[in-house]
Design a protein around this ligand. Structure first.
Ligand code: GAL
Length: 661
């Protein structure tokens, strides 16, 4: 496989006489892909029906003349002023009932039929104009769905759409009343047209109603994306359809959107994310202030790889300081290179830097590019050049695909919505729970694949984890039955029906022959009142009272005498949220049972298996000698003594495990 580098470029921001020189420098740097156009609507169609595509044609020609491959964005994240003035009800409405107006970006409502039509119209016009251009190799639909929290809108368009969706789903008001349990607090309705959106209520709305609203809103994103994808496929055959997802964004089901893409991509801003999207404490943030969290990017690489059957990119890679987090430090020397390699280690085809040149004007003028505003090289430039050289030198040494990881974690967007709707304890956040498990596996040197609950393929894994699952899917139960590895379920998994009710048999509601267990009650805990587990570690935030059946073995117990970890056959159930210490012993124990070797890594050092190679990364500030893992010989990239920001790639023999303890 040819691994490539790219960049995000805005020809409309620069005088046209600079484009050719920019293109020449991009190609000289070793970049092959350029994404353009995703916010350019006001220049592409300054007035309704008055298309000005000539400049775009010249921009594409200029890039193509240097051999650069264009990823053309549809500009629908930034509808122009004239369009918003024509139909002001296309604007999204916040949960507080106020209209989110024109003046930045993403000012549209996914439910608005008129805007959906407009998005089709501009996509079609662009598809007809550029779909067959030999320089255009791929398209990006819109830009970062849900950025600035824009999946949910409480507009009249959303209300009408939701009512129609509910009517299709339930057919009769009685069925809806039953499913939601609207007899509670006299919420029964007799007509779908009477259903309100779940905002502006005195206290919490009905959870089943909110859950349906979340499903509906997610489907609106899927519909919007699919409409563009279909047009692009019809008018630009053979080109890849891509969307750029974001970090820790759960408002729509990325597996469902990904099903309509050829390539999933995401926008990776490690330092911004550490500042504003991490649950870690200040000490951790200080340690990784210039490196980013050692697991956060990796998690999203693994997650998004799973959303489009393996093909994925980083569409926007942080190249220097950003502008949007509470603090915006510069990356440590070498980190732009390390982040790029971490993406390739997880199977990325392309890593594209955001952006080519820092803009001296407007909202993002403080955001670094590969070039400074005066066109001199910024710090990231040399690191991108180094990655380009290294990619060239490694050539075809690496396998095409990363191959199957040791461990699978089931990830499920509806579960994220469910625990947001009904957390029961302030800290019960689905992403945080899953990410705790993920981090702990990485700390033990393991590589992880993410699999969706809707279509889980578990064959070939040694261990599968199913934390915090809202409701069982028949597919997941079937996958567990057919799986011959070890499984860890819980906490809170299977604790609801799909209608957001407690299952008749009590959680975790699995067939008895799989797991004969009842959760008789649960409690959520303050951070300073954890429950101690005999043998070490605690349950934090959440604990369940397990009633194991006759076939079930108790492996761990809390100091106050409640079963904490139980097992029936190869299925384990965990009745709480383990702290770091308990998490590590648990993961070690399960890995050992599953026959997977592990090794404790320092906080800053991480490994990723890629086919016949293993990548090692040093996010930390101290040097680490890979000989401590028992590695010998010459890496194919880098050296065994990893300096801070160091990267090494080692060949490993056959299908054997990387590390043996
Ligand atoms: C991304 C977005 C880009 C740019 C960038 C700045 O979220 O897609 O358009 O705003 O952030 O870091």
């Amino acid at each position: 496989m040819n691994r490539t580098l790219g960049v995000c470029y805005y020809p409309e921001h620069w005088p046209e006489d600079r484009w050719a020189e920019d293109a020449r420098r991009m190609a000289g740097l070793g970049l092959t892909h350029v994404r353009i156009g995703e916010f350019a609507w006001s220049r592409l169609e300054p007035r309704r029906g008055h298309y000005e595509f000539d400049w775009m044609a010249r921009a594409i020609d200029t890039l193509h003349a240097e051999g650069l491959k264009v990823v053309l964005g549809t500009p629908t994240a930034t509808p122009p002023k004239w369009l918003v003035d024509e139909m002001p009800d296309m604007l999204p409405v916040g949960a507080d009932g106020t209209v989110r107006g024109f003046g930045s970006r993403r000012h549209y409502d996914f439910s608005h039929e008129g805007y959906l039509e407009e998005s089709r119209r501009i996509t079609l016009a662009l598809g007809r104009a550029f779909g067959a251009h030999p320089g255009v190799v791929a398209w990006q639909t819109d830009n970062e769905y849900d950025c600035h929290n824009t999946t949910l809108s409480y507009s009249s368009a959303a209300r009408a759409g939701f009512q129609a969706w509910l009517q299709r789903k339930y057919q009769s008001p009685e069925a809806l009343n039953r499913a939601w349990g609207t007899v509670f607090w006299s919420m029964e309705i007799s007509d779908f047209g009477k259903i309100e959106l779940p905002n502006l209520t005195v206290t919490e709305p009905n959870p089943a109603q909110v859950m349906d609203f979340r499903r509906y809103a997610s489907e609106m994103v899927v519909r919007f994306n699919r409409a563009q994808a279909e047009i692009i496929r019809a008018h630009s055959p053979g080109r890849d359809v891509i969307h750029n997802f974001m970090g820790r964004t759960l408002a729509f089901d990325h597996f469902d959107v990904g099903a309509d893409l050829d390539i999933s991509s995401w926008d990776s801003y490690p330092l911004g994310f550490l500042e504003d999207r991490s649950d870690q404490g200040d000490e951790w943030k200080r340690r990784f202030v210039r490196a980013g969290d050692p697991d956060f990017q990796a998690f999203h690489h693994d997650l998004y790889r799973a959303t489009s059957k393996g093909r994925w990119w980083v569409m926007e890679q942080q190249p220097g300081q950003v502008n949007w987090a509470p603090h915006n430090p510069a990356p440590r020397d070498g980190m732009v290179r390390l982040w790029s390699w971490e993406a390739f280690a997880h199977g990325a085809e392309t890593v594209s830097y955001f952006r080519w040149r820092q803009a001296p004007f407007a909202q993002e003028q403080m955001h670094a590019g590969l070039l400074r505003p005066d066109s001199t090289e910024a710090e990231g430039f040399a690191e991108a050049a180094q990655v380009a050289r290294e990619l060239g030198a490694l050539g075809e040494t690496l396998d095409a695909k990363p191959g199957r990881a040791d461990v699978a974690i089931v990830f499920d967007y509806p579960s994220a919505w469910a625990w947001e709707i009904q957390p029961q304890g302030r800290e019960f956040d689905y992403f945080r729970l899953v990410f705790d498990f993920y981090r702990s596996l990485r700390q033990l040197g393991l590589s992880v694949d993410i699999v969706p609950a809707s279509a889980p393929e578990l064959d070939g894994y040694h261990l599968a984890l199913i934390p915090g699952l809202f409701a069982w899917t028949p597919e997941l139960i079937a996958a567990i039955r057919g799986f011959d590895g070890k499984v860890l379920i819980g906490p809170r998994s299977g604790s609801k029906t799909k209608d957001f009710a407690i299952p008749d048999t009590l959680p975790p509601a699995l067939p008895k022959e799989l797991l004969d267990l009842r959760v008789s009650r649960v409690e959520s805990l303050r951070g300073d009142t954890p429950v101690r587990i005999a043998g070490g570690g605690t349950f934090q935030f959440w604990r369940e009272f397990l009633e194991p059946g006759a076939e079930v073995e108790t492996l761990l117990t809390s100091e106050d005498g409640v079963a904490a970890l139980v097992r029936q056959g190869s299925l384990h159930y965990l009745g709480g949220w383990p702290d770091q210490e308990l998490m590590r012993t648990l993961m070690q124990r399960l890995a050992a049972e599953a026959g997977v070797a592990t090794k404790d890594l320092p906080d800053g050092v991480r490994l990723r298996r890629h086919g016949g190679h293993v990548f090692a990364f040093n996010y930390g500030e101290t040097r680490f000698d890979l000989a401590e893992l028992g590695w010998t010989g010459e890496p194919v990239l880098g050296v065994l003594v990893l300096e801070p920001s160091g990267v090494a790639v080692m060949a490993v023999a056959g299908a054997g495990y990387l590390i043996r303890t």
